[in-house]
Design a binder for this molecule. Structure first.
Ligand SMILES: NC(=O)c1ccc[n+]([C@@H]2O[C@H](COP(=O)([O-])OP(=O)(O)OC[C@H]3O[C@@H](n4cnc5c(N)ncnc54)[C@H](OP(=O)(O)O)[C@@H]3O)[C@@H](O)[C@H]2O)c1
Length: 300
């Protein structure tokens, strides 16, 4: 069973993809029970006729019992200028959710989607005591999708011609697009652009641009989250960047941030080391310091 805690825009979009692709049973859990039931009733009409699975909504955390995967998309409010705006409240929320989950499905794999992503991934893992490789923060893969899109738009090339695009570090303003390994049609991206600044700025501020036209994003993160759920349930290995609590990898401790990982049916099984140039290495160090400072500033 796939359980999704928080049935707002993102939670409902993830549920829609899981249900319409007949992945597994889906449980929506929301603070406001009516919202979970309403979304479940709507999405239930997308169950394929040949599916053996269904969807239901509740506010009762005890129904999480038996979950194989739990996706956390709960949020107490909408940030306007920065993903860390509601940080204290979001940390309090994730700690409460972690306590409840510990009672009902401690052996599931947990995908954290709520913001501020890296800080919440860290606190969820610490509060729940779930092994760190079973707590996966999903965001750097979304940032990587955006990076690929920005390269494709800048150079007017299809995304299929771009390889090795990767974004690491914070899901926030200090995220680090890794340009040095990117190939476009087999040639180094660096041979086609004057500097990395403009694309970096486009990727970092992508969500702000989107908000000029739409209240907030939902489909890109839903697809990136669905891909991870699909790989876990269908035992298909994938390599993506994701946030995970680090214990020495990339020279980091006491922090969770986006790094390249391999995922299979048991969660993360490897943190991969990628080659970075000097600018990327020092930007990643700054990014981890920024997340660590946020973590240390929390008093809830
Ligand atoms: N990782 C990424 O790349 C990425 C991308 C996009 C969005 N996000 C994040 O994803 C989160 C969800 O975004 P959204 O647009 O879906 O927000 P949303 O529409 O406001 O939905 C959030 C939902 O969480 C529910 N909720 C709040 N506290 C809860 C709790 N303790 N238990 C269960 N449900 C609870 C809310 O319930 P009520 O109906 O009672 O208010 C609401 O339905 C946000 O933190 C957002 O920043 C992350």
């Amino acid at each position: 069973m796939i359980s999704i805690v928080g049935s707002g825009r993102v939670g409902a979009s993830v549920a829609f993809l899981c249900v319409s692709n007949g992945l597994d049973d889906v449980l929506l859990v929301n603070r406001n029970k009516d919202k979970a039931i309403g979304e479940a009733l709507d999405i239930a009409s997308a169950i394929p006729a040949n599916s053996e699975f269904s969807i239901r909504g509740t506010d009762d955390y005890s129904q999480l019992s038996g979950s194989d995967i739990v996706v956390i998309t709960a949020s107490v409010g909408v940030y306007m200028k920065d993903r860390t705006e509601n940080m204290e409240l979001q940390v309090k929320m994730i700690k409460e959710i972690a306590q409840k989950i510990k009672r009902h499905c401690p052996f599931a794999i947990f995908l954290i989607v709520s913001n501020p992503l890296d800080v919440l991934t860290y606190f969820f893992q610490k509060e729940s005591n779930v092994p760190r490789f079973k707590v996966i923060g999903i965001a750097s893969s979304l940032d990587t999708s955006r990076f690929r899109y920005c390269i494709s738009e800048t150079l007017s090339v299809p995304q299929s011609s771009i390889s090795n695009a990767l974004v690491l570090g914070e899901h926030g303003d200090s995220m680090v697009p890794v340009f040095s390994g990117v190939l476009v049609g087999g040639n180094p991206l660096f041979s086609m652009i004057d500097s990395r600044e403009s694309i970096t700025e486009d990727v970092r501020s992508y969500w702000k641009k989107l908000r000029n036209f739409k209240s907030r994003s939902q489909f890109g993160i839903a697809k990136n989250t669905f891909d991870v759920i699909d790989s876990i349930l269908h035992k298909k290995e994938i390599s993506i960047p994701a946030s995970v609590v680090l214990e020495g990898e990339y020279g980091e401790n006491d922090v969770s941030m986006g790094v390249p990982v391999k995922i299979d049916q048991n969660g993360i099984f490897e943190i991969q080391k990628v080659k970075l140039d000097d600018i990327e290495s020092s930007s990643l160090k700054k990014s981890s310091e920024k997340i660590r400072n946020y973590i240390q500033s929390i008093h809830t």
